[in-house]
Design a protein around this ligand. Structure first.
Ligand code: ADP
Length: 379
């Protein structure tokens, strides 16, 4: 049952004339319908309602408010509205309505029953709000997100298909280069050997590139691949895979206490492996690389850090390096494909976290990534 006006309401001290003026001049479009008459006709509309809908007072009074509806008005919402009115309940709905000239608008409509002293519903008060702008912004945002998701998926499939299909012809190039070296190596002069060397090196680089691209496009996560694990174990796996590089560079790897997190272990291993191998690769000449892996607990997340004493990164490149193929050095200076950090970004993203870098040129870099404390979100 609808609440009744309290007998001690301060409204009783407000003169009827003031009350009328308040309703008349309200910028909120208001209508009053007669609940006791057939088809619940509108018996009052204020000026704001007429301005919103473009109708005249004569078009409105005596008619049921369904004249605002049109072919695109959602029938389920109308049924919800009708049911609430039937059972004297207040109801709030968002409806596509139409102005007198046919222009559609989104109406945030609130209908509340008005009862007499015995608690019987006699009228309904309808308050409208034109929320067209908000709904249109929401809709276009939704459409853009869907478009973006579709094009991202398409791009991922394209990357996968091309990198996959490129492998076969490349294998052919590599094996024939090997065959030429083997069979005709002694017939070639110095230039011939140099050229063949370049060609072989090019083929090898392309193989790495294709392999990295394939790894990037293959990063997908399902809930099943998540497992609760001590992060030290994940780091140990990554270090095992980097054994050779660590030995060759005499890198000093320091692991601080790390928490247990629910992650995709294969992907997390790859993430640490990429970050640690970069920390070693981009070291200062003649300085023993020191790599520290640590974690910090925050309110609802952990922030992991991989810091080094390497060459550092200029501040204006902090964002760029996470994009595919973005490198700050030539191949001759440092080997690489420019895909490693893009892979890291994608992995962290799939776990519901973010990745960033803090660095000072000549002093070193710290790559940080966050992981939510609750189960990583699967996207
Ligand atoms: P790659 O190492 O194959 O070039 P990445 O995507 O892993 O590709 O890194 C992108 C670029 O970011 C690198 O080319 C390098 O310039 C820079 N970078 C990454 N990690 C470090 C680091 N620890 N110290 C300095 N520069 C780094």
């Amino acid at each position: 049952m609808a609440p009744q006006l309290s007998s001690i309401s301060p409204l009783q001290n407000v003169g009827v004339e003031t009350l009328i003026a308040a309703v008349e001049s309200s910028r909120s479009p208001l209508i009053l319908t007669d609940y006791l008459r057939d088809d619940n006709p509108i018996i009052y509309s204020n000026q704001a309602f007429l301005e919103l809908t473009g109708y005249d007072m004569d078009d409105v009074i005596g008619h049921n408010c369904r004249f605002l509806q049109g072919e695109d008005t959602d029938q389920d919402t109308i049924a919800e509205l009708r049911d609430a009115v039937k059972y004297s309940k207040s109801v709030r709905v968002t409806l596509k309505n139409y102005k007198k000239d046919g222009t559609p608008f989104w109406n945030d409509l609130l209908m509340s029953p008005i009862t007499d002293a015995s608690g019987k519903t006699t009228h309904f008060l309808g308050m409208q709000l034109d929320i067209t702008e908000r709904i249109e912004t929401q809709n276009s945002l939704r459409a853009k997100t869907a478009e973006l998701e579709a094009s991202n998926k398409e791009l991922e499939q394209f990357t996968y298909a091309t990198s996959h299909d490129l492998q076969e012809p490349l294998r052919m190039i590599s094996s024939y280069l090997q065959l030429i070296t083997k069979r005709y190596g002694d017939k070639l002069d110095n230039d011939g050997h140099t050229f063949l060397g370049y060609a072989t090196e090019g083929a090898e680089r392309m193989q790495t590139l294709i392999y990295d691209l394939l790894s990037l496009s293959k990063i997908t996560t399902t809930k099943d691949s998540f497992k609760q694990i001590a992060m030290e174990q994940v780091v140990e796996r990554a270090l095992f895979n980097l054994k050779l590089v660590i030995e060759e560079s005499h890198a000093d790897i320091r692991i601080e206490t790390l928490p247990e997190v629910r992650v995709d272990v294969v992907q997390m291993t790859q993430l640490f492996q990429n970050l640690i191998s970069n920390a070693i690769k981009y070291r200062q000449p003649d300085v023993r690389p020191i790599v520290t892996i640590s974690a910090q607990e925050q309110r609802d997340r952990y922030v992991f850090s991989v810091s080094d004493n390497g060459i550092g990164i200029p501040k204006k490149q902090f964002k760029r390096i996470f994009f595919v193929f973005q490198r700050l050095h030539t191949h001759a200076e440092y080997e690489g494909t420019g895909i490693g950090l893009a892979i890291c970004g994608k992995i962290v993203d799939r776990h519901g976290g973010t990745i960033w870098v803090e660095s000072e040129e000549g002093k070193g870099s710290t790559f940080k990534f966050s992981l939510p404390k609750n189960e990583g979100s699967v996207q």
